[in-house]
Design a protein around this ligand. Structure first.
Ligand code: CA
Ligand code: CA
Ligand code: CA
Length: 385
């Protein structure tokens, strides 16, 4: 079995490096900059030395962040081609970097053909009873004639509604449908067969909103089908919540859950570094979580992270004299935790960016020339190494 204890670098491809000059980061650009993440030579120390990459979504999508897919079997043309992706994977393999991909299974894009076909069918049907024999996709989503909480109207119909917990462009999938599950098994196999090392499972807490037990069952099913054929695959789920909630998700048998309690501007690490909480609390919790998580899954691998694409960047958590040292100390406290630690791109440089999501996902700095970086972050340039 492969060792799944790694240090992952979370990359937003859109903002990382532009390989073809259109101003948008892409897979060619990321491949070109792999030496920065890991040059494959354990002797050199001027690379980050990460041996894992978490790719934020790369499948076709109408949004810049690409968390709502229109096709689970392709690469978004903004990011390149399938050949570019395969070249990226093979360059990572040469360097000993395991690549995990973001997989958004809670929802698709409202422009996904499954959803489009289901909506056309229901519009035509009107007030009748849907026949999945005529359109199987009506069961891929949660359609209803009743406007329940989190439901949006089907465009062009005054009878039908669909569940869309995030926004109406992201219809929620019905992960209990057997045909959809078979499709998802095919999707997972498609990418794993290419050499992808696993998945970061987006929004697992919303698979069935408000029903942790159902979500654990869904994760357990997905873990079983993936591990049966790919025992070395690595799965980490996003359950954006408190530890009392996400610890239970280890019952599913998946490798990792992001350890939210330590992250963000008001998490354990930041509280300790700001001096609001005694340093001993950090070590005490590290000891306690071993018992908490292993009670649910003895093979668990903690997934500590300090920030991600949904959080303000850490260099902004501290102000005044000593803030640079605080930022570095906090980063080190993240990496010292056992398990597979995650670093969000640019954090190692002390990039700043908070407020709206786009600012948290701003272009990576590859130059110390102030004119080469985006204006908003220009004054925060700082090398942490
Ligand atoms: Ca580009
Ligand atoms: Ca090296
Ligand atoms: Ca859902």
């Amino acid at each position: 079995m492969e060792d799944n204890y790694r240090t992952y670098y979370e990359v937003f491809v859109y903002s990382f490096y532009d390989g073809n000059g259109d101003g948008i980061g892409d897979l060619k650009g990321l491949t070109k900059k792999l030496d920065y993440i890991n040059d494959g030579d354990p002797v050199t120390m001027d690379d980050l030395g990460c041996n894992g990459i978490w790719l934020m979504p790369v499948m076709p999508s109408p949004t810049y962040h690409k968390y709502d897919t229109t096709d689970y079997y392709s690469i978004d043309p903004e990011y390149g081609t399938m050949e570019d992706f395969e070249a990226f994977l093979s360059a990572c393999r040469e360097r000993g970097i395991k690549v995990i991909m973001d997989l958004a299974l809670n929802h698709t894009s409202s422009e996904h053909p499954w959803f489009q076909e289901a909506c056309s069918y229901l519009k035509e049907l009107g007030d009748g009873e849907p026949d999945p024999g005529e359109c199987p996709y009506v069961l891929y989503y949660n359609f209803s004639k009743e406007k329940k909480s989190g439901f949006s109207p089907v465009k062009g119909s005054d009878i039908w509604y669909y569940e869309a917990q995030f926004w109406d462009g992201m219809p929620d999938l019905n992960l209990y449908n057997e045909e959809l599950r078979a499709e998802i098994e095919k999707i997972a196999d498609f990418w794993l067969a290419k050499g992808v090392g696993g998945f970061r499972l987006d929004a697992a807490k919303e698979y069935v909103t408000g029903a942790d037990g159902s979500n654990i069952e869904i994760l357990s099913w997905f873990n079983d089908v993936v591990k049966e054929k790919y025992p070395d695959a690595y799965l980490v789920a996003e359950v954006f919540s408190d530890m009392a909630v996400y610890e239970k998700y280890y019952d599913s048998g998946i490798d990792s859950l992001f350890d939210f309690d330590f992250a963000n501007k008001d998490g354990i690490i930041a509280k300790v570094v700001k001096g609001n909480t005694p340093a001993s609390f950090y070590s005490q919790r590290l000891q306690e979580i071993e018992g908490i998580f292993s009670a649910h899954n003895k093979d668990y691998i903690d997934a500590p992270f300090y920030t991600n694409h949904d959080m303000g960047r850490s260099a902004g958590y501290y102000a005044g004299e000593g803030s640079e040292a605080q930022t570095k100390l906090a980063g080190a406290m993240n990496l010292m935790m056992s398990g597979s630690a995650f670093i969000y791109y640019g954090e190692e440089l002390g990039m700043k960016g908070s407020g709206k999501d786009e600012n948290k996902r701003a272009p990576m700095y590859f130059s110390s020339d102030p004119s080469a970086v985006c204006a908003e972050d220009r004054q925060t340039w700082m090398i942490l190494r």
